[in-house]
Design a protein around this ligand. Structure first.
Ligand code: R5P
Length: 265
């Protein structure tokens, strides 16, 4: 692998082979998402515990101090909205020159396999890969399901993840599914990080699915709402970090969560 590509991948995936990405890109189609009304303020206490931050250029420019030391994964796609006709109508919107100008470490965009705009998103993602490979910039494909959360089966996620890797993604972000998630990972020749989706009821549930995802071979997470929509985001983040980088089991993560929460309370 070329030096630049390897160096950038090493910046986002840590020496232990694991990764904790913190996404705050939800506004690109959801607008001012709950607890992300002021993304810079929301993410500030979480930055020390993240391996990389994921956001759009608008949030990066306006809400993040350029002295930030953490690598940035830039969301470069959009063109859709929650009130629009079809969420899958998305494409690359940020140019390669802007990607380089912002000095980001990696980029990401969504693909919508099986949707009305499947071909459109897969083609746009492939064009992004072509541009980024020229400069040694890794691409992370996001296997999006839009509003159809029931699509999250191993068969579907495995299909999307494999297609993303075949098109040139260096990392794939997909959802965790309880049944046969190992098959999703096994069928994908590049590292997989798992997204959280809408907030679940308890922090323990998050620690459990992150732990289970890692046991199945995922290298980490790109997890947003289940962290920053929680009442104690730093405690959740530190406990997830413990699962990913320190080998904590869910019960131990829960103990760490309670300890951090007690200090912060
Ligand atoms: C979607 O809005 C973005 O791609 C998010 O980065 C992704 O869904 C991960 O965030 P969450 O854990 O909140 O689903």
């Amino acid at each position: 692998m070329a030096w630049g590509m390897q160096n950038r991948l090493n910046r986002i995936i840590q020496k232990d082979g694991k990764a904790l990405f913190m996404p705050i890109d939800h506004g690109y189609f959801q607008g001012p998402t709950r607890m992300l009304e002021k993304p810079g303020e929301t993410v500030k206490p979480l930055i020390p515990y993240a391996d990389a931050l994921m956001m759009t250029r608008g949030v990066l420019r306006n809400c993040i101090d350029p002295v930030v030391e953490k690598p940035i994964i830039l969301r470069v796609s959009g063109g859709n909205s929650v009130v629009g006709e079809d969420l899958s109508n998305e494409e690359q919107l940020t140019s390669i020159s802007e990607i380089i100008r912002l000095n980001v470490t990696a980029v990401s965009m969504s693909i919508y396999v099986g949707s009305k705009y499947e071909h459109h998103t897969l083609k746009s993602f492939s064009e992004l890969v072509n541009q980024c490979e020229d400069y040694g910039i890794p691409t992370m494909a996001v296997t999006a399901v839009g509003r159809e959360m029931q699509k999250r089966t191993a068969r579907y996620l495995g299909l999307c993840s494999r297609i993303a890797a075949e098109l040139g993604a260096r990392v794939v972000k997909t959802y965790y599914c309880e049944k046969d998630f190992a098959k999703v990972v096994d069928g994908c020749p590049v590292p997989i990080v798992i997204a959280g989706g809408p907030k679940v009821d308890t922090a323990l549930e998050v620690f459990e699915f992150v732990y289970d995802g890692l046991q199945c071979g995922a290298i980490g997470v790109n997890l947003g709402r289940n962290i920053w929509q929680h009442e104690y985001p730093v405690a959740v983040m530190r406990a997830i970090r413990g699962v990913i980088h320190d080998g904590l089991i869910p019960k131990e993560a829960q103990t760490l969560f309670e300890e951090v929460k007690a200090v912060k309370a």
